[in-house]
Design a protein around this ligand. Structure first.
Ligand SMILES: C[S@@+](CC[C@H](N)C(=O)[O-])C[C@H]1O[C@@H](n2cnc3c(N)ncnc32)[C@H](O)[C@@H]1O
Length: 367
């Protein structure tokens, strides 16, 4: 495939416009919002670039071709003729996933079996349910569209976080919320309930100009199109030394140890200050105002809701008393808990699912 093709950047449903804004700011060509993600036209280096640089994408799919098929025998015949060798390499295993909607071929398992046989018999491509590469077939209105998942493990796995606290925010979602708070790397960020440090570390990486995918592996390296030299060029970057500082605190000493280790692995430990203390002992850092971003416990997943009203109330009071000039972004599942902070939040713009719970961002102007 030497020509441009469709590249689909999957994101958290409800965050498509935020991912699109990130892509525009990073120079991706003409990104278009689509349900569940953002589409643009490009070639393989664009696929690598998207995997390497996008903070808000969950995975990157390369749409490698499509044909119509109205019955299984037709699918079988056309799958055997499909130019798999342009993308997949003989001897490198793949797994096949099929979904079917409003089509004559409705039996996904039978369709998968036809594709697997075509790959094995006609092209020498082994099938393995544990393969690093996934070929996705979507059959809709009798149109069979083939995509390769070029990411492999989901992109929120940046490759730095070994230590996980309870209820961690996914890095992709954290980055999207930071973007929604207009954070662009030029101001300090503070999370007073930082858990494993996700917001603090994401913010520090953005300020340092580090690529989110710099340390992890990607499925696209197993494809016929992979060019290690171009990839090495894309990856090489000169991080700039940012001036702002990034602050994380939590009342749980174990969480703070994790945050410090995670920041160390991410290479941003020198930009981050982590401290163990409760909200009531939170002090305003010296220097310019910035962004406080926090996702306090919600109660739905960890613990009971009632005592949380007092925690949210204490958080709101501390921020109002000590953080004049700072903006606040608070993420929670409960409008009543957000209200308990008594902070002057702007109207929210919808909710997204995080581990099965609907959460929303509540933002203030500078306090
Ligand atoms: C939902 S978790 C935050 C997860 C974090 N954003 C992450 O990505 O790992 C909420 C955190 O609030 C902390 N916490 C709860 N009450 C607190 C209080 N009064 N003062 C400081 N931290 C508190 C908990 O220890 C927990 O780590």
């Amino acid at each position: 495939m030497s020509q441009d093709f469709e590249i689909f950047c999957v994101t958290v449903p409800g965050m498509e416009d935020t991912l699109c804004a990130e892509m525009q700011s990073k120079g991706f060509k003409a990104p278009v919002i689509s349900p569940g993600g953002v589409v643009f036209q490009g070639g393989w280096p664009d696929v690598w670039q998207a995997n390497l640089t996008l903070r808000g994408a969950t995975r990157i799919l390369a749409r490698i071709g499509a044909f119509r098929a109205f019955h299984l025998a037709q699918l079988d015949k056309r799958a055997r003729k499909f130019p798999w060798g342009e993308t997949l390499k003989p001897g490198i295993p793949v797994k096949v996933e099929v979904t079917s909607k409003a089509s004559k071929i409705y039996h996904a398992k039978a369709a998968a079996q036809r594709i697997e046989t075509a790959l094995k018999d006609s092209h020498g491509i082994p099938i393995d349910p544990e393969a690093a590469l996934t070929l996705k077939l979507r059959i809709e209105d009798n149109l069979c569209t083939f995509s390769i998942d070029t990411s492999g493990a989901p992109l929120h796995i940046r490759g730095h976080k070994e230590a996980l606290n309870k209820a961690p925010m996914r890095e992709t979602l954290a980055a999207l919320f930071l973007h929604q708070c207009d954070y662009n790397g030029g101001e300090p960020v503070l999370d007073p309930m930082c858990g494993s440090g996700t917001f603090v570390i994401e913010a520090a990486e953005i300020a340092a100009g580090l690529h989110p995918g710099r340390s992890r592996d990607f499925a696209f390296k197993h494809l016929a199109s992979f060019d290690p030299d171009t990839w090495a060029d894309l990856k090489s970057q000169t991080p700039h030394t940012p001036t702002p500082t990034f602050y994380g605190s939590d009342r749980d000493a174990g969480a703070i140890r994790m945050s410090a280790q995670n920041a160390q692995r991410a290479g941003v430990a020198e930009l981050c200050h982590f401290q163990t203390h409760a909200i009531s002992d939170l002090k305003r850092p010296e220097g310019p105002a910035g962004l406080v971003i926090v996702n306090p416990p919600y109660g739905g997943r960890i613990g009971n809701k009632k005592p949380l009203y007092a925690v949210y109330g204490a958080l709101g009071k501390t921020l109002k008393d000590r953080f004049q000039g700072w903006r606040v972004g608070l993420i929670t599942s409960e409008p009543a808990l957000a209200k308990a902070t008594a902070l002057p939040f702007q109207p929210t713009t919808g909710s997204v699912s995080h581990g099965g719970i609907r959460i929303s961002l509540y933002k203030t102007a500078p306090l």
